[in-house]
Design a protein around this ligand. Sequence first.
Ligand code: PEP
Length: 250
Amino acid sequence: MTDSIRALIAGNWKMNGLEAQLGEAEAIAAALASEPARARVALCPPATLISRMAQRLKGGAVEIGAQDIAAQASGAFTGDVSAAMVADAGARLVILGHSERRALHGEDDAEVARKVEAALACGLEPIVCVGETLDQRQAGRAAAIVRGQVEASLPPALKAHAFCVAYEPVWAIGTGLTPSSAEIAALHADIRAALVERLGDTGRRAPILYGGSVKPANAAEILALPEVGGALVGGASLTAADFLPIIRAV
Ligand code: PEP
C-alpha cells in the first residue's frame, strides 16, 4: 500500500439487505468505535436503506455510499435516483461504473463520466470501477481495456476533487477467483500511471481499490501490494464477521 494514501475499505451490498440487515452495519460500527480502524470504512447499501443506515450510524466511523446514481439531475426518469437524492439521504460516496451496471444496464464509459460529473456537482466522492472480462484477459488485452476505461470514464473535473478508482476484474467478482498478486500489482501500476497522466497530482493521490472476491483469508496479501489503496468488497461485506477482518487487514 502507498504510505501517503489512507486506504478505503468499501462494502457493496448490491441488491441485498432489508431493515433487519442494519444490525450487521451497527455491529461493524460498534466494533470500529471500540477499536478504530487504520482505513476509512464505507458501506454502500441499496438505495432504500441509505437513509436508515445513515441515521443509525450517525457520528460513527462508517461512511455511507450509494451504488449508483442517474447522470441527470432531475426530471422524467422513472425509477432512477439522482445524486442530490442519495446525498440528501445521507450518502457521501457513490460507486459508479460497476461491471454489473456496465453489463446489465448497458452503461458505457461516456455515461459513467457523466455520472461522475453529476456526483461531483452534489459533493459525492465517486468510486469509479474499471476491469476486464475473462475473454479480454485471455486475449492479453486487460491492461489496454482498463487504461481505456480509466481515460474515458474519468472526466477532467476530477482534478479538483477526491475520488477513488476500483480495479475489479469482472471474472473475479462473486466467483471466488482472484488474479495473482503479480497481476493485481501490474494492473494497479498501470492504473496509477494512467491517472497521473490524466489528472496530474490528483491522480497521484487517489486510492486505487482492488475488488473481486476479497475475503478475510486473502485480504492481507492483497492489501499489502504496491498501489493497492483499499478494497471494494461485495459478498464479504454483508456480515460483520466477514467484513471486520478485512478492515483489520489494513
Ligand atoms: C463487488 O461487488 O464489487 C465485488 C467485488 O463483489 P465480491 O467481493 O462478492 O466479488
